[in-house]
Design a protein around this ligand. Structure first.
Ligand code: CA
Length: 235
């Protein structure tokens, strides 16, 4: 049975764009442009996941989430219009499963949706409890955000917070080339005012802790574009 996804987003163009992509991926989709109707729809059940914008007419996304959580544990991914740390924290506090900052690449949204749905399926089947259910995998490399843990072939790799965030972003977008600007926005925030070469510096740190130690070339440079982590088994 296809997963049904509810999109609560008042910007019609964005909602339509997401809808088409989701339909293309085989999901069933319903969309709605205001908070109140969205809440009613979500409460009525039957959805595998809800994409919830924060800035909405009627009832804002955080309020929709707060009320929805009284009666439902349907997975929710928040769409935040800016890199608003407060919104993210509030959303996660109120039980959002994940969030994505606009503007986003559709591949990243699709990856996050798959991850949230897989996590939910794992919970329902209560399988393999020793494996973190948010595990990102690329060959021998694994990263768990909930455990804040990175391993290569089972060996733990110590990373700083920023290195971890950068690796996490690359892994979530596995096989997708990310520009320096995009990485900068995702990891350092879109209002970051420092040097753009900070991305290159941190890529070097990651390579020195992973690639050089294990003799691999995990993080690839795409000249003139940016960086990508590729899983050779998926090419
Ligand atoms: Ca909006």
């Amino acid at each position: 049975m296809a997963n049904r996804i509810l999109i609560i987003e008042d910007e019609e163009k964005i909602a339509r764009f997401i809808e088409l992509e989701l339909l293309h991926e085989g999901y069933e989709v319903e969309k709605c442009g205001d908070g109140r109707t969205g809440l009613e729809l979500a409460e009525s059940g039957g959805f595998s996941l809800v994409l919830l914008d924060i800035m909405l007419p009627g009832l804002n996304g955080l309020e929709v989430l707060r009320r929805l959580r009284r009666s439902s544990d349907v997975p929710v991914i928040m769409l935040t219009a800016r890199d608003a740390v407060m919104d993210k924290v509030a959303g996660l506090d109120q039980g959002a499963d994940d969030y994505i900052t606009k503007p986003f690449a559709i591949e990243e949204l699709l990856a996050r949706i798959r991850l949230v749905l897989r996590r939910r399926a794992n919970h329902e089947h209560a399988s393999a409890p020793e494996v973190p259910d948010d595990l990102l995998i690329c060959g021998e490399l694994t990263l768990s955000e909930s455990h804040h843990e990175v391993k290569y072939a089972g060996n733990e790799i110590e990373l700083t917070g920023r290195e971890f965030d950068l690796l996490n972003t690359l892994l979530i977008n596995k096989n997708i080339v990310l520009s320096r600007d995009r990485l900068l926005g995702k990891v350092w925030g879109y209002d970051y005012m420092g040097e753009t070469n900070v991305v290159d510096v941190y890529i070097r740190y990651l390579r020195s802790k992973i690639d050089e130690v294990y003799g691999i070339s995990l993080i690839q440079t795409v000249r003139g574009v940016g960086y990508v982590i590729r899983d050779e088994n998926e090419q």
